[in-house]
Write a protein of this length. Structure first.
Lengths: 226, 206
């Protein structure tokens, strides 16, 4: 693969992936297994929250063809940058944040997100944390929700810590180069979107006394329960 | 498995190409050319996409999760917020304004290649569209696709009860004004026919 003339161009945005790739796969299997056990436990106690997760029907789905075609189309599209499965979502979130910041409503925008989409999280998260510990908060924010695994290219799972490649930084760079019409900068995304929404879910679930998180933004963003 | 597979793939490609080049130069060159053009084959990050697809499609309880769930849900949530704030029109205008430079480039292509290029740039050539619509039917002067919002809005209202807007609001306050606004910028006219399968048609310029 390395002999391909376009390889350098593709590699530019994937520089940090190689070593993480192998480690991540190993960790992924382990953690999926651990998650499966956890899910089974949850299923007994918190059915509403756990039952929708990885119920083993992948191979029974008849609509996989459309998904695979979109993946093929996306990953064949390397101009002006190598497109990824999360591009549309990342662009949408950035554009929305840009508008919210221009209108000065970014705080409300985050609060609305948590209140409108976090109904079930707010209802069940505290019970889960009480039963299984603080790591459940991270589980619920990242690998358990489609809002996590459809946004982050991968999620490194460690107890009390999740690491994800920031999907916003490279996209903001592409948008700056190709459009130059966005007012927000990368730091705005960390301080006006990611951190406030994660902390918003803690507040929404009534866990402010129990859970504090430390967000370390970067190309690889790390979120720890402290 | 992946490492071995990649190595094996590389070796076999080289061996096969060399052999083929010696014996059937014409065919071999065509084969090499095909491989060369398939950028998909050179991506090392497809595994991540497949894992995301697996996580998505393995979840079938409550409703059948799809690759476009979060994009459509996020779009609906934003639209609901902006409708509530009375900012929905400005929200559409902002979308078009941020796209301005690329719309100018597309306008030039439409002028050179024809209106069909404009329709393609709205849909099958646009990652934000082909990652949103489950599939896009491409016909001359017309694109159709399953509406990603109708089912998701029902699901959100059923399980979250925080989405009071109607499906018609999505058509009239988001899809139609953005498509028509973008179309105008790139020099085409379109008509929008909302439905479970939504159709967007070119209107001939007179």
């Amino acid at each position: 693969m390395s002999a391909h003339p376009n390889n350098q161009e593709i590699k530019d945005t994937m520089a940090s992936e190689k070593p993480r790739d192998e480690m991540n796969r190993r960790d992924f299997s382990r953690n999926i297994l651990a998650g499966g056990v956890l899910s089974a436990l949850s299923l007994i106690t918190i059915p509403e929250r756990a039952e929708a997760w990885l119920d083993g029907n992948f191979r029974n789905r008849e609509d996989l063809g459309d998904a695979l075609k979109v993946i093929e189309k996306t990953y064949s599209d390397t101009d002006p940058y190598p497109h990824k499965f999360n591009d549309a979502l990342v662009k949408l979130l950035l554009r929305d944040l840009d508008f919210a910041v221009r209108k000065g409503v970014e705080k409300e925008f985050c609060e609305d997100y948590v209140a409108r989409l976090g109904v079930l999280v707010n209802k069940h998260l505290k019970k889960g944390v009480d039963q299984f510990g603080d790591d459940i908060f991270l589980w619920a924010m990242f690998e358990r929700t489609s809002c996590g695994y459809q946004l982050f290219e991968y999620i490194d799972i460690k107890k009390g810590k999740r690491s994800v490649p920031c999907p916003f930084k490279p996209m903001l760079n592409h948008l700056a180069k190709g459009l130059g019409t966005y007012k927000i900068v990368w730091a705005d995304v960390c301080s006006k979107w990611c951190s406030p929404t994660w902390n918003g879910f803690i507040k929404g679930a009534g866990l402010t006394e129990r859970i504090k998180i430390k967000v370390e933004p970067g190309d690889i963003c790390t979120i720890r329960v402290v | 498995m992946t490492d071995v597979s990649r190595r094996t793939f590389g070796k076999q490609t080289v061996l096969f190409s060399a052999f083929a080049a010696l014996s059937f130069p014409g065919k071999a060159m065509a084969f090499l050319d095909k491989i060369e053009k398939k950028k998909f084959l050179y991506r090392d990050d497809i595994g991540y996409a497949m894992k995301s697809i697996f996580m998505t499609y393995d979840g079938t309880s409550k409703y059948l999760h799809k690759f476009n769930d979060v994009v459509s849900k996020t779009q609906l949530r934003s639209l609901q917020f902006h409708i509530n704030k009375g900012l929905d029109k400005e929200y559409v205008d902002h979308y078009i304004a941020t796209m301005e430079p690329v719309l100018q480039r597309i306008k030039q292509m439409v002028a050179a290649e024809g209106t069909e290029k404009g329709l393609a740039s709205l849909f099958e050539d646009n990652p934000s569209a082909y990652q949103l619509f489950e599939h896009i039917n491409v016909n001359p002067n017309q694109r159709s696709f399953p509406c990603p919002y109708k089912d998701m809005l029902s699901i959100c209202e059923k399980y979250l009860k925080t989405f009071p807007m109607q499906w018609g609001d999505v058509c009239s306050k988001w899809c139609t004004p953005t498509w028509k606004g973008v179309a105008k910028k790139i020099g085409i006219n379109v008509s929008v026919h909302p439905g479970e399968t939504c159709e967007v048609k070119l209107i001939s310029q007179s």
